[in-house]
Ligand binder design. Structure first.
Ligand code: ZN
Length: 201
């Protein structure tokens, strides 16, 4: 098939988003050594560029008392996902660890997940509900895989979804843009920048 050029349909990018820190959680998806660091098993080259925006969001969340949660892609030997992507994020290996720049602090929530969706097979929904959280700021990698599935799964449960576009990464620009289009159009999420989010005092 000949190469085709498609235009990304317009989606809105919000210049200012204000959240209630008591009803909002920052969810950092799969920022693990295998995906982010040179020599990792499944590196997304642009993922390292999202570290400063994610650190900024972490600071905002920690200072304002927002819930901070992480997903950690976690596979056991022989996981069928390895047939699709090769071995990665094997539980207990250095590649499986969250990168040191974003390391979770005591009391923050970490969800080991087997598949793309952070809600699948984890207590994430329960833990958000009991905290009265209705809004998720989602960043991390990979934009069109684990970020998108987790954002979609959140939206299906009627959580409001905010995705700062400088805090996500994908293997191609197409993958990133199509994920954002899907979040905006299908899940009615808010696309913004990491510096455009402020907290209600
Ligand atoms: Zn995986």
């Amino acid at each position: 098939m000949a190469d085709r050029v498609v235009e990304v349909p317009q989606y809105e990018v919000a210049e200012q988003v204000t959240v209630d820190p008591h009803r909002t959680a920052l969810l950092i998806v799969d920022m693990q050594n295998d995906f982010v660091k040179e020599g990792g098993k499944l590196v997304v080259p642009t993922a390292k560029l999202t570290i400063p925006p994610l650190r900024h969001l972490l600071e905002l969340a920690r200072q304002s008392g927002m819930t901070v949660a992480y997903t950690q892609d976690s596979h056991l030997p022989g996981d069928p996902e390895f047939e699709l992507f090769g071995e990665h994020c094997l539980v207990g290996t250095p590649g499986w660890e969250v990168i040191e720049e974003l390391v979770p602090q005591a009391g923050e929530l970490v969800y080991q997940k087997r598949r793309y969706d952070g809600f699948y097979g984890t207590s994430l929904e329960h833990d958000l509900r009991v905290r009265g959280i209705d809004t998720l700021i989602i960043g991390g990698t990979v934009a069109n895989i684990c970020v998108l599935h987790t954002a979609g799964s959140a939206a299906l449960r009627w959580f409001k979804v905010i995705v700062p576009r400088d805090a996500i990464s994908a293997l191609t620009e197409f993958d990133l843009e199509s994920a954002l289009r899907q979040v905006h159009f299908l899940y009615r999420g808010t696309i913004t920048g990491s510096g455009c989010i402020s907290v209600k005092s």
